[in-house]
Design a binder for this molecule. Sequence first.
Ligand code: ADP
Ligand code: MG
Length: 264
Amino acid sequence: MTEATTSQPLMRVHDLRVGFTKEAETTFVTHGISFEIGERETLALVGESGSGKSVTAMSILDLLPRTAVRKGSVRWGEEELIGVGPARLRQLRGGTIGVIFQEPMTAFNPVYTIGRQISDAILLHEKLSRRGALARAVELLREVGIPEPERRITSYPHQLSGGQRQRAMIAMAISGSPKLLIADEPTTALDVTVQAEILRLLRSLQESRGMSILLITHDMGVVAEMADRVVVMKDGLVVEAADVYSLFAAPQNAYTQRLLNAVP
Ligand code: ADP
Ligand code: MG
């Protein structure tokens, strides 16, 4: 364990309500989500499909469709992110907050090479030549365990295996040296053996870079392996929040007990 709890959390989400507007009517799908994430901490957001995990995570940087409405507060240190402009959110996303998704194809443009796209991400927040950014992209691909990275930068996304694409997306997400990595079901689409490798990679990057991770998953096995603390969501509400040991040893909520009983 690291010194996970500091007096000032890295991020504090308070009473977050997200809705979607259709024909002038807003339907809320989360109803007051609150949690904090400390430095170097892995916080897992768990719950069945449709419970509002992705909506919660994606609303942090306002990565939701235009029909989305956000209420409540997302504090990044002293800064309130609800209502902050798109330019600041883009700046945060390229730098201090990285995001990875379940399906890397949504992060990559199929018509550009991996090297081009990772170097574009680097050039958003660093003054380098294209050549310098490509050299940095090679280092990042090496850091995430892609073999022969010098050759891989000229590959197109479809030319990589699923696991390698996931690694390349992680390389892109950490290119701005984020303090927080938001990972939405990062291993769900992968084979079991590849899943384990990606989880190992995330853990080792967290150690070496000192990041916090907000990990969204419906897999309690992944939670057991990765999380320091857990927030359990159901129908857009937090039903339980605890450190991982307490949660597995003595779940307080009937729904959490059901989730744990479902672990094979
Ligand atoms: P989870 O990630 O926990 O599986 P989501 O956060 O994706 O769940 O979804 C929570 C709820 O919000 C679901 O009922 C889903 O249908 C709804 N929802 C998600 N995205 C949209 C959208 N773009 N428009 C309308 N409803 C949405
Ligand atoms: Mg989801």
